[in-house]
Design a protein around this ligand. Sequence first.
Ligand code: SF4
Length: 355
Amino acid sequence: MQDIKELNLKTLEDKLLSWGSPKYHARGIFNWIYQKGVYEFSQMSNLPISLRGLLAKEYLILSLHLADTQKSSDGTTKFLFELADKNLVEAVNIPMVKRASTGKTANRLHSTTGCISSQAGCKFGCSFCASGQKGFKRNLSAGEILDEVLYLKNNTSIGNLTHIVFMGTGEPLDNYDHLLKAIRIINSPDAFNVGARRITISTCGIIPGIKKLAQEDLQVELSISLHAAVDKLRNQLMPVNNKYPLATLIKCCQEYITKTNRQITFEYILIKGVNADAVAAGNLVKLLKDLRLAKVNLIPANCVAESKIFPPDDAQIDYFKQYLIKSGLNVTLRRERGQDIDAACGQLRLKYEKI
Ligand code: SF4
């Protein structure tokens, strides 16, 4: 059986026409799957029964199974999925509550960010990440990526699924074609209708992928996992730096910004005793100060028992942040969500694969 989510609207229309069905049913099918969250063709009540039968014979809608789930006291929910070939991937729903003032009243806006995996396992072996610890298994298909999004959308605890970040297991730009195919459906008004600016691709710095992305007609957000501002340390933390060292990466980022006029966010996990002192802050300023439209997102490390990683204390975090701000960088500080569950990338999957 084929996954119907591998078809975009046009290819689904063509398929319906080849069966002698009007192509407008394709929009209806998209609506049932992506907006109403229906997993069975038999429930698509406004489609002719004969068409529902043909679809059910040839296609499936959801191919993953929930293997485990963990919910944090802050509302973050982690899902562990088993794919058809028994590989495991994780996805996370992160609810957000914002206050918005409208005149005299203050409303609470509820939204949810879905953190999505793009590969089963990862070949890049970053030392602070649980996802890479068992190596690479395979790329996810576009349909499998969309499975995760569909499941998260149907299981948000508050608000709608409004933002998507590719920060789960795997390196999204190492699975470029499937990723882009999935993103176009996530972005499509006929499917999930998530605005491109609410979709973030997070990469460890795959230069050919960044160059390709700069040529796309998609205004997605790009985020680079940096975590060190000198090659010696970044080589240790992120072996990918041996292939794409900092000078080449920053040059590529400069070209991306010039071509797209879009900001790049540099993620920087603060790790006690490794990259969080005054020298490291100085190196980071030196590396990014001339990069127009750069933002630094500081993230105090989440403990991964296997790799003995710990966050710095609050005073050190504040010093690092203020140093960057005073040096003219645009800085945000993000606390990890779901600290009471295995929320760091790959932790839940790793726990299962050990059993
Ligand atoms: S941080 Fe990303 S690229 Fe590095 S090992 Fe983890 S999943 Fe792979």
